[in-house]
Design a protein around this ligand. Structure first.
Ligand code: MG
Length: 291
């Protein structure tokens, strides 16, 4: 199977590290990912820089990335204002994100799910030239609310479908959802909405994310988010673990006979660079980063 990987180190990976990585270093890491054959790179999120200072240079990053044939840079927005800022910075592919948990939506986006969806619907309809896709945080489990009812997840999926969005990602934001539960919730949604494309954004609390990804590939899921070095987390989801590591996911997929188009040796170089940059970047200056 051909599997598509979006590396989210520059966004999800860095948003939970207590350091400010320079724009130049972010661009260098993007080049390393491209050199390894990664075709989709999530490079920034347009969130409040006072809450997430690591993303304070989002516009500069999106405006400075080198155009490369077949490489897509994506970014993330949680509300209409974020979409506006992303478009103004020159973004072409924007992930609009909401939570499937009311409590996480309040903590992460500062508003209720329906308000976030309404704000995003207005923004999405205003930019027909942009390729929008959607991410749903805490799609299966929430640190505040526990298990998410798959019917509620479906309701959020349908809200995005009504915006004309057909690419939808499910995030296991904290990374504790058992494989069976991920598959069951996805199955529930896919049966109800079979014409949409679904992808997975897995965090990895108990080392279960690889097993979940492997099982999901067998059910036809061929797009995954992952982050160099397994960095990542959500500043507004207590206990959130790192993302599934891109290098582990790629190795695992290759061993299982799937194709990613990614060179494992070059990817290892990118991991080294990412670790080095995080180690040597200055602290955010926040004593208690955004928590
Ligand atoms: Mg995440």
């Amino acid at each position: 199977m051909k599997v598509e990987i979006t590396d989210v180190f520059l966004r999800d990976g860095l948003q939970d590290e207590p350091v400010i990585v320079s724009t130049a270093h972010k661009l260098e890491i993007a080049e390393a990912l491209i050199g390894a054959g990664v075709k989709r790179i999530e490079a920034a999120s347009f969130v409040n820089p006072r809450r997430v200072p690591q993303m304070g240079d989002a516009a500069e990053v999106i405006g400075s990335l080198r155009a490369v044939p077949d490489v897509t840079y994506t970014c993330l927005a949680l509300n209409g204002k974020g979409v506006e800022r992303a478009v103004a910075a020159g973004a072409t592919d924007i992930s609009v994100v909401t939570s499937a948990s009311q409590a996480h939506s309040n903590a992460n986006a500062g508003q209720a799910i329906d308000d976030a969806l309404a704000s995003l619907a207005v923004a999405v309809s205003g930019y027909p030239e942009i390729r929008f896709f959607a991410g749903i945080s805490t799609a299966f489990t929430c640190p505040f609310e526990g298990n998410i009812d798959p019917d509620y997840l479906l309701r959020v999926v349908r809200a995005f479908k009504d915006m004309g969005i057909s690419d939808i990602g499910f995030a296991d934001t904290v990374g504790t959802t058992p494989t069976d539960q991920v598959l069951a919730s996805m199955q529930h949604v896919r049966e109800a909405e079979p014409d949409l494309t679904y992808y997975l954004h897995l965090h990895n609390a108990h080392g279960q994310a690889l097993a979940t990804a492997s099982a999901a590939v067998e059910t036809g899921v061929v797009r995954f988010d992952s982050a160099l070095g397994g960095f990542g987390g959500c500043p507004f989801a207590p206990g959130a673990h790192g993302n599934i590591a891109t290098e582990e996911l790629v190795r695992h997929l290759h061993e299982a006979g799937h194709q990613t188009g990614i060179d494992e040796d070059r990817l290892a170089e990118a991991v080294r660079l990412a670790r080095d940059v995080v180690t040597h970047s200055p602290a955010t200056g926040l004593l208690d980063p955004a928590r």
